[in-house]
Design a protein around this ligand. Structure first.
Ligand SMILES: [Zn+2]
Length: 245
């Protein structure tokens, strides 16, 4: 019965995709991106998190993958917390956050947490105006940054249609799609490093309560809360909330 339930969940997820409703929050339009990548690294062996929401992305079957990533390399729907702390960055009111990685991604949770932490600690990120400070905690933060496989991202992000390639923010959870994290997208003409900064800043921006913005004018830097990989509308791509002069 459990397997049947999982299959039903997957069927619902892909039905939504197939209907073509583009409610996906961020990143590119849902085009096919032929890819032949290997998820990097060995499967982490950290104790699974006990904070996995019930009914969210729980599966023990190899879900079909729309983006061509070879999955899974570890248990699907099992999330591994980074389980380490970071320092507080910024001078504003502290927002705690924790980081977790789906085991099936094969990505080291501590390494991913370090990358997220470096982005949020950058002086061009949300801490720049003193309105917020960040502290990474082992578990139970005010929001969670999750790296997940495309099928799991699709499940967690419902009813948004992430179509196997997009990332989203769902409640207090920021879900980053593994494929995009590893490869970026051809709809972003900057570096992979900048793409990662853009998607983390954008989705964390949602967790902080920020909505979408449009291009303020031709030739200007795009606001980080613009859905930049869906079109720049004359703006210049920008991964930072406060890019400076
Ligand atoms: Zn968005």
């Amino acid at each position: 019965m459990a397997v049947a339930g999982v299959l039903t969940l997957l069927a619902v997820a892909y039905l939504v995709v197939d209907l073509g409703a583009d409610a996906g929050d961020d990143d590119a339009v849902a085009e096919a991106e032929p890819q032949a990548q290997e998820a990097a690294g060995a499967v982490a062996t950290t104790t699974p998190s006990s904070s996995v929401p019930s009914g969210r992305g729980v599966s023990t079957v190899a879900a079909p993958d729309r983006a061509g990533v070879t999955l899974p390399v570890g248990p699907v729907g099992e999330f591994l917390p980074a389980a380490t702390s970071g320092g507080t960055v910024g001078t504003g009111p502290v927002r705690t956050y924790d980081v977790e990685v789906e085991a099936a991604t094969g990505v080291d949770p501590v390494g991913f947490a370090g990358a997220v932490e470096a982005i949020l600690a950058d002086p061009r990120s949300w801490i720049a105006d003193g309105s917020v400070a960040f502290q990474r905690v082992p578990e139970g933060g005010s929001f969670t940054v999750t790296l997940a496989t495309p099928p799991t991202t699709d499940q967690i992000c419902l009813p948004l249609n992430t179509a196997g390639i997009l990332s989203c923010r769902e409640g207090d959870r920021v879900i980053i799609n593994l494929t995009r994290w590893l490869e970026g997208t051809t709809d972003w003409d900057g570096s992979l490093e900048d793409y990662r900064a853009m998607v983390i800043n954008h989705e964390v921006g949602h967790a902080l309560g920020h909505g979408h913005l449009g291009c303020p004018g031709p030739g200007q830097l795009a606001p980080v809360m613009m859905q930049q990989t869906k079109g720049l509308d004359g703006c210049v791509g920008n991964p930072w909330p406060f890019p400076g002069p």
